[in-house]
Ligand binder design. Sequence first.
Ligand code: NAP
Length: 255
Amino acid sequence: MKDMFKLDGKIAIVTGGAGGIGEALALGLGIHGATVVVSSRNQEAIDAVARKITDESGNEAIAITSDVTDEASMQNLVDRVVEKYGRIDILVNAMGMNIKHDAFDYPVEDWQKLFKVNVEGTMIACKAVGRVMRDQKGGAIVNLSSVRGIRGYTGGNSGYCATKGAVELITKALALEWAPHGIRVNALGPALVITPGTKHIAENPELAAKYAAAIPLGRIGMPEDMAGAVIYLVSDAAGFVSGQTIYVDGGLTAA
Ligand SMILES: NC(=O)c1ccc[n+]([C@@H]2O[C@H](COP(=O)([O-])OP(=O)(O)OC[C@H]3O[C@@H](n4cnc5c(N)ncnc54)[C@H](OP(=O)(O)O)[C@@H]3O)[C@@H](O)[C@H]2O)c1
């Protein structure tokens, strides 16, 4: 029981690891003992996060680029991590995007772009890392959903809601299919989180107050708020937890 949240000795990949949420998750994993491989398409951005993890945690962190929509690119990431460390214990898929359009005029090309990254990308990453976890007989995966994965939202979010609903069902399906291999698959469902992409909300007091008022706990989430649930889900403390989405949303989805 004493060390159930410790990640010492575990090898973790965080896709989207230089994103607003991904950086906090990668840092949280590193601080709690994991060796973190930070990944996205932008070498400079992931290098900076890897350096920050090493500086703040004293644990090794490296940066390897990958594109989750490209199977060869994901396989290259996985092969390089296995070559260096011999295993992959944790995968956190913190990549993702949103493209908003009124549903009457949603261009199919943008719908496809959204599904390519959020849905196909999640599956490609799970598949590439899942095969390593199968061969080593265990591992833990966390996919990024959203409160928009179980609730409908207006404001041009039909495509995004659809992709996050799909992420939640991929999570459940893989949890069942891969349980015999000791692989646990869960998801994180944040409400609005202030990141570089949403900081215009925090910077506008009226808008910020409107968003905060919709949250039972009365404030908007920050990236650091997301780390605890992910550390839990990939740790031994969650050894009997699979196929779940934890909504870190200030109580929003309780209603
Ligand atoms: N922020 C929120 O309010 C919020 C709320 C609920 C759920 N979420 C979900 O949480 C996740 C992270 O969101 P965020 O706000 O941190 O987003 P973000 O700051 O835009 O970060 C997204 C990350 O995904 C990476 N990425 C995008 N396309 C990629 C691809 N094809 N291959 C590899 N990496 C790719 C980006 O890096 P590169 O472009 O450099 O590759 C970036 O690191 C997303 O799934 C999002 O839907 C966010």
